[in-house]
Write a protein of this length. Structure first.
Length: 178
């Protein structure tokens, strides 16, 4: 990891940030700003860095039509809900920059919440290893299904994920006789 930002500021260290030290700093200071292991960087400059995989993970719409052309990443993983606007998504797709959509990339929390609900209903308590194994199986399957649908239909990962979701809703509705 070479750069990180939050509401208080950002840091860049092209040789790599000391993640453990940074985490200790954030616990103490409640921000990445002021950590001595990097130089200050703005959110806009961070998005324009030549990195492999940025993970916009906090705010909606941080990559938009106004800055999508500056993004130089080879792949984007959406950690937040809707960090790319539709216009930015289109611009990046035209440039061949794949985007792992939020519906796929940050689904783990929703899946684990479902596991908690199931355990509560059945008065069960799963070990962490079992939760992680079940989560990995579901997310790996979802990733493969989305990738395969995208390839077969010649569409983006986001469009493929939506196609799968719409198909599932249609099937459930049909099964219920609606």
């Amino acid at each position: 990891m070479v750069a990180v930002t939050d509401v208080g500021g950002g840091l860049l260290n092209r040789r790599g940030l000391d993640v453990k030290g940074l985490l200790r700093h954030v616990v103490e200071e409640r921000t990445v700003a002021g950590f001595p292991g990097g130089e200050p960087i703005t959110n806009d400059d961070l998005l324009a860095l030549d990195v492999d995989v940025p993970v916009p993970a906090a705010l909606e719409g941080v990559i938009h039509e106004g800055n999508a052309s500056r993004v130089r990443a080879k792949l984007i993983v959406e950690g937040a809900n809707h960090p790319l606007t539709p216009g930015a998504d289109d611009a990046l797709e035209r440039r061949g920059v794949p985007v792992v959509p939020d519906i796929l990339a940050n689904a783990g929390g929703v899946v684990v919440s479902y596991f908690e609900w199931v355990q509560n209903l059945q008065q069960l308590s799963w070990e962490e290893a079992e939760v992680n194994e079940r989560l990995a199986r579901i997310l790996t399957g979802a990733r493969r299904e989305t990738r395969d649908r995208a390839r077969a239909a010649g569409v983006s990962l986001r469009t493929a994920a939506f196609m799968i979701a719409i198909d599932r809703v249609w099937r459930a509705t049909k099964l219920r006789g609606i």
